[in-house]
Write a protein that binds this ligand. Sequence first.
Ligand code: WTA
Length: 652
Amino acid sequence: MTDETLSNLLHEDRRFPPDPAFAEAALAQPALYEQAKADRLAFWDEQARALSWATEWTQTLDWSGAPFAKWFVGGTLNVAYNCVDRHVEAGNGDRVAIHFEGEPGDTRSITYAELQKEVSKAANALLGLGVEAGDRVAIYLPMIPEAVISMLACARIGAAHSVVFGGFSAEALRSRIDDADAKVVITSDGGYRRGAPSALKPAVDEAVAKAPSVKKVLVVQRTQQDVAWNDEKDVWWHDVVDSASETHEPQAFDAENPLFILYTSGTTGKPKGILHTSGGYLTQAAYTHRNVFDLRPDKDIYWCTADIGWVTGHSYIVYGPLANGATQVIYEGTPDTPHKGRFWEIIQKYKITQLYTAPTAIRTFMKWGDDIPAQYDLSSLRVLGSVGEPINPEAWVWYRKNIGGDRTPIVDTWWQTETGAIMISPLPGVTTAKPGSAQVALPGIGIDVVNDTAESVPNGSGGYLVLTEPWPSMLRGIWGDPERFKETYWSRFDGLYFAGDGAKKDEDGDIWLLGRVDDVMNVSGHRLSTTEIESALVSHPKVAEAAVVGAADETTGQAVCAFVILRGDAGYDESQSEAVIAELRNHVAKEIGPIAKPRQVMVVNELPKTRSGKIMRRLLQDVAENRTVGDVTTLADSTVMDLIKKGLSTAD
Ligand code: WTA
């Protein structure tokens, strides 16, 4: 983000105070901040009591092994029981948990009582396949109810799930299966995407062939596509789950029992397995979901458009909403299938009250035009949420006006895979909203913006976003790599968690997020590592060297731009450049997944390097964003940038 856009942002002076009627009835009241401030740990105790525990904890937080935290020490609970059974026991078994909307238009509504049976059957089936408490199960599924059922079934038997986004490649899946030593993979023949069946099983077959830890593959039939079958490993869901017993007695596990691993991009090539545990995670997921969305389980129909392959799907489709007994909609497909009004049609059909989506989607809807949402009745909406990247004030205002009827509060929620749940957000009915700013830490959360030497910056200044206090849903580590956990998050500033984001405090002390400060890009709200894509490019036989930067993009926030040096023996001449570029873009899509496919690949003869050999991506970003190239004095060869620019202009 340039200084110019930053100062524009900070001159944003539109304000949206809460509607008085909403404020009066809101679940979250200003006193929540006071209460958390008065006694933070007692505040979290109270939030944890909203769950059902088999054994009460004896200590709220054990921080003696910092930065490895233990929350609700000695407490035991079953996460799936909390998300399903207790609602049935409370007399709400007939309440719909999930309204599933398939992309082709098929639908299915599942009540809490039915969900209890489905999860129990799946839990019994997993046990039958040899999964035990403490094992890992990889889940590679489209957005269908079986994805939620699978996650809850793992939680129910104390096995950790590792959900891998269905858009990731076989290789990405294999490396995640290997890293977690997953015993079982749950997948499907395919899912529906943009009006056509899209296969998933072939990627699993390819990954499992090279992943010896996998003993069984459980396959849901969704599209009826032909699949290759391995009699030794593959089993159909409809064979083993449908015939399993509908009852399963949930056992209580320790509050710190691993619940899931979710891989996310870091500054080096290898994805990090972010580890979350049970009691603290569920406490904060449920607390934030209730207060940030003002959730009324008996009245509301909530919809989060994320995929369960991302953390937003974990915390705000599965664990938060279900722990709160919410009724929600799950949609399988894309927003433009079969037409560009699909989202608004779904909102009208189910009378959705809360919508949680991402800025990249909002900007796309803006581009498609106001007249599309205007054709639908969106008056049921009460709260709108945004997550994944900074939302530009114009997109925020468009969202409120065209989707929220100039009436609904918008919650711009900042958090990360690592934080497990929302950390910074306005509270609906409490906060006077500022478009473009996530504003304030939630009650119970400690944040600050600090300078290079870890000093808190004054209002009106920028720096690095840090978290100053441990929080219940914090990551408990990186799977199998405790050193990397300490190094990545806790070594930059003593005693503070470094989030990797730049931020600024405005004159009121409100927080404005400014994007990543490390080598992580944010493309459509998805984190991608520059190094990971560079490694993929260099693995292509024609590429000698590669540098990747994130360049500003109107729709996706950032876009992947790659600069590559081809190998001398690649036999390349300029006439083939288009073919080579297409080949390299597809190569990245195959290695990592279509979301990582570079928007642009530029063939160059040199890359800008410092004397110590470090690539200066900042200068390449100037080129990718069509800016005057910045300071080149620290380059080993200061003429390189001229050569690159000259080469690119003749290639055009
Ligand atoms: C960015 C997604 C600004 C940020 C939940 C963070 C945001 C990264 C916001 C985490 C927001 C997320 N405003 N930036 N409201 N929400 N980010 O792990 O850079 O996929 O570090 O978790 O997304 O991405 P992740």
